[in-house]
Design a binder for this molecule. Sequence first.
Ligand code: GLN
Length: 313
Amino acid sequence: MNHSPAHLETVVREIAAEMAVRTDRGKVASYIPELANVDIDAFGIAVIDTDGNVVTGGDSDVQFSIQSISKVFTLTIALGMVGDHLWQHVGREPSGSPFNSIVQLEREEGVPRNPFINAGAIAVTDVILSGHEPRVALGEILRFMRFLAQDQSIKIDEKVAASEQRTGFRNAALANYMKSFSVLQNPVEYTLGVYFHHCAIAMSCRQLAMAARFLANKGRDPSTGFQVVQAERARRINAIMLTCGHYDGSGEFAYRVGLPGKSGVGGGILAIAPGKASIAVWSPGLDDSGNSHLGRIALETLAKRMGWSIFGA
Ligand code: GLN
């Protein structure tokens, strides 16, 4: 298998061209009204290998709403704050249910299955919030993103946050339900406010791939050598991305792509080829599980042509 940067460039160029002409683009999320205003024809890809080569295609510098991709970074922060105590608040098993499902919560006494479904991410946000003002906790999350991406311009899209705050009845139900089991410690409106705002962070494929380099490189930022998390923790975050990163589509994503990945309803997917590359793709049209349709196909193509599936080439 050819791993040269030149080969990677050819493959990324091919993928951008192939995705541009596809007509099966899925459906843009509209339950957060502000997300419906995105151009369905947009497509971006950025790949950063562990030697620091950056290869991009399409709309790789256009910022989009990262939504649930933020949950990879909030999980990292919460593990840094409380370590394995986090697992008292949230499990780490795949749910097999949609991202906003409430059914398991009743049977499992308000403890969400994993940190990537909405209920689990709200519980993780609650841990980050504990002992802080909401704006301080949010500032912490934003600072972490800017630090990892080495880009101080990364911001929260306030319009998207306000749009979800107005319409996030399902998330409010999940949060209140968890609160009734004392799984959440903070006032529900504070926890939800921080959650909606970190989901509304806007980033490009290039910025996202930059921010996740530590997951492809044993917990270390390859450009500075800074150890963001221990290698073991990076490995475990990748494992949860593989098993839970695409909700009830996680099995299909592992089957087709074979890489740890985390999707968001803004149409982004962050994927990690451990020891090889950090990858971000974006196409706003979603499949029935709320995962980017062409984003998944682009990653499947990339993993196949580069021989990057963790299950073998
Ligand atoms: N903010 C979105 C929500 O809570 C995130 C969902 C997602 O990206 N899958 O519904």
